[in-house]
Design a protein around this ligand. Structure first.
Ligand code: OGA
Ligand code: MN
Length: 204
């Protein structure tokens, strides 16, 4: 298991096999700087307007607020918010196509979530997005619009492989993809507003 850096959507057999083995794929410059900045600004604006809520941890309605595990603000990307995120949605649709035709994942649909860590040291503890038998999240795809990200801002995505840990910087216009059941991960403490748009893909 390891992290592969590729050019979207030109992944080869090595990247595809790596994803299947529980690795992560990282791609930069997927939508362009201007789109990334607009997405970033829009998520901050939604937070100011009170459209984002403290995240709960749970599944299938077992929605429980647990600020010790996860301290970001979130909103599901509902149709009324969709206009500002058309490019990201299209990207996530292309990922679904790609995953089905190249990786045979049998994905049917996805949910999209907006997330913002305000920058007060909030983090998201080590977790996995899906567990066998619990739900049918198969693939996780995260788009980062943080165009001004610097190491001092923190918020690295730490990936827990069997034999080691790796950190992926949440740089602007970067996409990270991994199998939801395969990879434990964590968001390190964040010291500057850090946004993400995440898609979870389902097999039913
Ligand atoms: C999540 C998550 C990672 C990130 O929302 O489940 O792990 O980098 N997000 O924002
Ligand atoms: Mn996660």
């Amino acid at each position: 298991m390891q992290t592969f850096h590729g050019v979207w959507p030109q992944w080869g057999d090595i990247e595809i096999a790596g994803l299947g083995d529980g690795g992560a794929l990282v791609c930069d410059n997927v939508l362009g700087h201007a789109t990334a900045r607009r997405v970033y600004n829009r998520i901050l604006e939604l937070a100011r307007e009170g459209e984002l809520r403290r995240a709960g941890i749970g599944r299938m309605g077992g929605h429980r607020l647990d600020e010790s595990i996860r301290q970001d603000l979130i909103a599901w990307l509902t149709p009324d918010l969709a206009d500002s995120f058309i490019e990201v949605r299209t990207l996530f649709e292309q990922v679904l196509e790609f995953a089905n035709t190249q990786c045979w994942l049998g994905l049917k649909r996805f949910d999209t979530q907006l997330a913002l860590y305000p920058g007060d040291g909030a983090q998201y503890d080590r977790h996995r997005d899906a567990f066998a038998g619990q739900n049918n999240r198969r693939l996780t795809s995260i788009y980062y619009p943080n165009v001004d990200w610097e190491p001092a801002h923190g918020g690295q995505l730490r990936l827990f492989y069997e034999d080691r840990e790796e950190e992926v910087e949440p740089r602007g216009d970067r996409m990270v993809i991994f199998l939801s059941e395969a990879l434990d991960h964590q968001v390190l403490p964040v010291f500057h507003p850090r946004a993400a748009v995440t898609a979870w893909y389902y097999g039913t």
